[in-house]
Ligand binder design. Structure first.
Ligand code: 5GP
Ligand code: MG
Length: 175
């Protein structure tokens, strides 16, 4: 795969805006009076987080965590580390994790376990995209934007080798 690869649009900005609104409506219904802590998984979820919280008009807090990611390749190693930790207290909070994509599920399984050990009042997952055919561990996604095929996606925050995060559409990077 080269940096000159031509990303093909899978979901355009209108599709994304509609999905974001739908998810925000579901989240609003469940969290209206709960002052949740939204935890975004860096870097990929930054754009999704920024868009979705604009439609949540109730008190909430935002924090980010950065986990070790694929090293220049497209396959998960299964080994996950916290590279940049949280600043917020998780204990007793209503926590909603905001993730860009669930692939094998190994990253999110690690993160949910890591957060559960901090004893939140509740812990749920909102994912923009999911590749169910790739799961290697069971994952429960409470709020899901798009089910996607087993293709490498870029754009709307998602990168290939740090490139393409700025594309406003979710695209497939063809080999
Ligand atoms: P998992 O641990 O579920 O296999 O992988 C999760 C992480 O791998 C995601 O948070 C994301 O950083 C990265 N990833 C998985 N699939 C894709 C993809 O299609 N495109 C991009 N850009 N990153 C992906
Ligand atoms: Mg990610």
């Amino acid at each position: 795969m080269s940096a000159q690869a031509n990303p093909q649009v899978l979901f355009d900005r209108q599709d994304i805006a509609a999905a974001v609104r739908k998810l925000a409506a579901e989240i609003s219904k469940d969290y209206q009076s709960k002052s949740p802590l939204l935890i975004g998984v860096l870097k990929g979820s930054f754009m999704f987080m920024a868009d979705i919280i604009r439609f949540l008009d109730f008190p909430l807090e935002v924090d980010f965590i950065r986990l070790s990611s694929y090293a220049r390749g497209t396959e998960s190693s299964g080994k996950v580390n916290v590279v940049q930790g949280l600043h917020s207290q998780v204990r007793g909070r209503e926590v909603l994790v905001i993730e860009d994509i669930i692939d094998t599920g190994l990253t999110i399984a690690f993160l949910l376990d890591y957060l559960q050990k901090k004893r939140p009042a509740s812990l749920k997952l909102c994912a923009l995209t999911d590749k169910p055919s790739r799961h290697r561990v069971p994952v429960t996604i409470d709020y899901l934007g798009f089910t996607v095929p087993d293709k490498f996606l870029v754009g709307y925050g998602l990168d290939w080798d740090e490139k393409f995060r700025n594309l406003p559409d979710i695209c497939v990077l063809e080999e």
